[in-house]
Ligand binder design. Structure first.
Ligand SMILES: Cc1cc2nc3c(=O)[nH]c(=O)nc-3n(C[C@H](O)[C@H](O)[C@H](O)COP(=O)(O)OP(=O)(O)OC[C@H]3O[C@@H](n4cnc5c(N)ncnc54)[C@H](O)[C@@H]3O)c2cc1C
Length: 346
C-alpha cells in the first residue's frame, strides 16, 4: 500500500517520538518506522532501567519511563508506528507537480512524503548472526528467526534457542509450554541473564520441559527450502550431533549499523549526517537529520539536543508543505486545538 504522509520519520527513538508531538502541534501527520520490535531506540533497547537525570523539568526517570511518557504525550496526535521494518530506499519522485520522496522498507512498505526525518541514532540495531554459518538468512522466516514476532510461530514445533543472555532465557521460559520440544543451546554452562530467569529455566530442565545443551555450538543448518534439522558440536565429546528441528531462534544480541543510510547520497561526516543548525536539513532538500545521527559544530549526543533539533526541523517541514504560509506558532498553554484533543475543559 502506498500512503502519502507529511513527515516520514526513520527511527522511533526518543527524538523520532518527540517529532510526532511537534508535528502534531502544527497539524502535520507522521509515520515512524523502526526496525526494532518496540519504540524507544537506545533508551528501550540498551538501558531501559537506568535513570536519566537531565530531561528538563523531570528530576528522575528511568529510560523506559521516559519512552512511556513520550508515547503518552503523543497519544492525541495523528501518527502510525511501523515496527520490525528497516527503511532501505529513498527515491526522489515527481508527485503533484512537485518533488516528493518515495520511502521503501525491507518488507516492501512504500510511503510517499515531502519530508523525511532521519532520527536513526547510531544506526539500525541489527541482530548478530551465528558467526560460523554461511548465509543463515536464506532460511529467514523458514525456520530461522532473530526475534520473536509471534509466539504462534513456535507452537507445537521442535524449537532450538541459541544464546546465553536475558532474551534467550526469557524466551526459553516463555516458549517451553508452547513448543513441541524446546532446546536451549549455549557454548558454556553459565548464563549472563537475570538469575531468577536462569533458575526458572533450570527448573524447566529438571521437569523435562527444556533440553539444555551446554557446552554446544551450532555447526550447520539442515534443510533445502526450509529448516528440517540442525547439527551441533558438543564440546565435551568433540562430536557433531544431529537433531530434527523446525525453528532456530538466534538471540545473540544486536549490532548497530548505519546500513542503508550510507546509500542515500547525503553528505556525511564519518558515521554522522551533516546538517545546518537553522533547520537541521541535510545536504539534500527535504531530508532532515535529527538526534544522535546528525553532526554540526558543537553537537552533543543528548536527548534534549535532539528535541530542540526536531522542533526547528518540523517548522521547515511545514513551510515546505505550505509554501508562503506563516507557520502557526503558539504556546501549548494557549493552544486550543491541543487542549480539545487532550479533552481539557476550560
Ligand atoms: C547507556 C546510555 C546512557 C545514556 N544516558 C543518557 C542520559 O542520561 N541523558 C541523555 O540525554 N542521553 C543519554 N544517552 C544518549 C541517548 O540515549 C541518545 O542521545 C538518544 O537515544 C538519541 O535518540 P535518537 O532518537 O536520536 O536515536 P536512538 O535512540 O538511537 O534511536 C534510533 C532508532 O532508529 C532506528 N533505525 C536506525 N536506522 C533505521 C532504519 N534504516 N530503518 C528503521 N529504523 C532505523 C534504530 O533501530 C533505533 O531504534 C545514553 C545512552 C546510553 C547508551
Amino acid at each position: 500500500m502506498v500512503k502519502e504522509i507529511d513527515i516520514v520519520v526513520v527511527g522511533a527513538g526518543p527524538v523520532g517520538l518527540f517529532t510526532v508531538f511537534e508535528a502534531g502541534l502544527l497539524g502535520l501527520n507522521c509515520v515512524l518506522i523502526d526496525n526494532l520490535d518496540k519504540p524507544g531506540g537506545q533508551c528501550a533497547e540498551l538501558y531501559p532501567e537506568k535513570p536519566i537525570y537531565d530531561i528538563p523539568g523531570v528530576p528522575f526517570q528511568t529510560a523506559q519511563e521516559h519512552v512511556d511518557a513520550l508515547l503518552e504525550q503523543i497519544k492525541p496526535f495523528n501518527y502510525e508506528l511501523i515496527l520490525n521494518e528497516r527503511v532501505e530506499e529513498i527515491t526522489e519522485i515527481d508527485h503533484k507537480d512537485d518533488k516528493y520522496w518515495s520511502v521503501t522498507t525491507n518488507e516492501g512498505t512504500k510511503l510517499t512524503t515531502k519530508n523525511i526525518f532521519i532520527a536513526a541514532g547510531a544506526g539500525s540495531f541489527e541482530p548478530r548472526r551465528p558467526p560460523n554459518i554461511e548465509d543463515p538468512d536464506k532460511f529467514i522466516n523458514k525456520g530461522v528467526t532473530y526475534a520473536v514476532r509471534s509466539k504462534s510461530t513456535y507452537e507445537n514445533k521442535d524449537v532450538f534457542i541459541f544464546g546465553g543472555g536475558d532474551s534467550a532465557l526469557d524466551w526459553c521460559v516463555e516458549l517451553a509450554e508452547k513448543a513441541k520440544s524446546l532446546s536451549l543451546v549455549h557454548r558454556r554452562d553459565a548464563f549472563r541473564g537475570a538469575q531468577h530467569t536462569e533458575e526458572q529455566m533450570r527448573e524447566l530442565v529438571t521437569a523435562g520441559k527444556v533440553n539444555l545443551l551446554t557446552p554446544y555450538l551450532i555447526d550447520g543448518i539442515e534443510g533445502s527450502d526450509k529448516v528440517t534439522g540442525v547439527s551441533l558440536k558438543n564440546f565435551d565429546t568433540n562430536e557433531i550431533e544431529h537433531y530434527e528441528a523446525d525453528e532456530l531462534l538466534f538471540l545473540f544480541g544486536l549490532n548497530k549499523k548505519l546500513g542503508p543510510i550510507l546509500e542515500w547520497n547525503i553528505d556525511l561526516n564519518g558515521k554522522k549526517i551533516s546538517v545546518n543548525t537553522e533547520n537541521f536539513q541535510t545536504s539534500v532538500e527535504g531530508i532532515f537529520a535529527v538526534g544522535d545521527i546528525n553532526d554540526y559544530p558543537g553537537k552533543l549526543d543528548l536527548i534534549l539536543s535532539g528535541f530542540h533539533e526536531t522542533t526547528l526541523a518540523v517548522q521547515e517541514a511545514y513551510k515546505r508543505l505550505y509554501p508562503g504560509e506563516r507557520v502557526p506558532f503558539g504556546y501549548t498553554t494557549s493552544n486550543s486545538k491541543l487542549q480539545e484533543k487532550l479533552g481539557v475543559k476550560k
